[in-house]
Design a binder for this molecule. Structure first.
Ligand code: 5GP
Length: 202
């Protein structure tokens, strides 16, 4: 029988560079699949429907809530974000690993539902650098920027609950650390099928 796949949850403040790091991790581990979330926020420049997110209207999102299609969802500010059951259950049952990019609320909920998931929080080398980057990104309105800065304060209180914290100083190094975590987690006895090595007497 196949080993069950592993869920890897990545969180981090807005503007910390999670997107780049996650892409590097996915490139390095071709068997790792990205869980595409649904959101009601508008696509940013370069984002594609079905690749970065499934971009839905509020009505479409609420219909999926009614249909019980989400394993978890949250409403942050004015937008919904949610993970579809279909993005994770079948792949992990088939033995594949799935990477989820979630806020702290989503990570907490997933950890409750899948206690053997691994959670990683990406921090910036300094808060000043992060704020400068967020402003420089230029994709946020003044109001949204304010909210995201407040969110940093709230989210930082949850960092201690994560399994791992990695610093994104150089994206390639940060991605290599996450790849190392995933590979090491696969070496835990509970995640390995050791029956061939030590067949039972029965
Ligand atoms: P952004 O709008 O910058 O893409 O994402 C905003 C926040 O929502 C980020 O912290 C991101 O990790 C989180 N997020 C993205 N998808 C999901 C999801 O499906 N569920 C939850 N709970 N958070 C999500």
């Amino acid at each position: 029988m196949n080993e069950r796949g592993m869920l890897v949850v990545i969180s981090g403040f807005s503007g910390v560079g999670k997107g780049t790091v996650i892409q590097m991790v996915l490139d390095e581990l071709p068997s790792l699949r990205f869980s595409v979330s649904c959101t009601t926020r508008a696509p940013r420049y370069g984002e594609e429907n079905g690749v970065n997110y499934y971009f839905l209207s509020e009505k479409e999102f609420e219909k999926k809530i009614e249909q019980d299609a989400f394993v978890e969802y949250t409403k942050t500010f004015t937008n919904y974000y949610g993970t579809l059951k279909s993005e994770i259950d079948a792949p992990i049952a088939a033995g594949g690993d799935v990477l989820l990019e979630l806020n702290v609320v989503g990570a907490r909920n997933i950890k409750k539902l899948y206690p053997d998931c691994i959670t990683v929080f990406v921090v910036p080398p300094s808060l000043e650098a992060l704020k400068a980057r967020l402003v420089g990104r230029g994709t946020e309105s003044e109001e949204s920027l304010e909210r995201r800065l407040r969110e940093i304060e709230t989210e930082s209180k949850d960092i201690k609950n994560y399994d791992y914290v990695v610093t994104n100083n150089v994206a390639r190094n940060c991605a290599a650390e996450i790849v190392g975590i995933i590979r090491s987690e696969h070496l835990r006895p509970a995640r390995q099928n050791l029956n061939n090595l030590f067949p039972s007497e029965e």
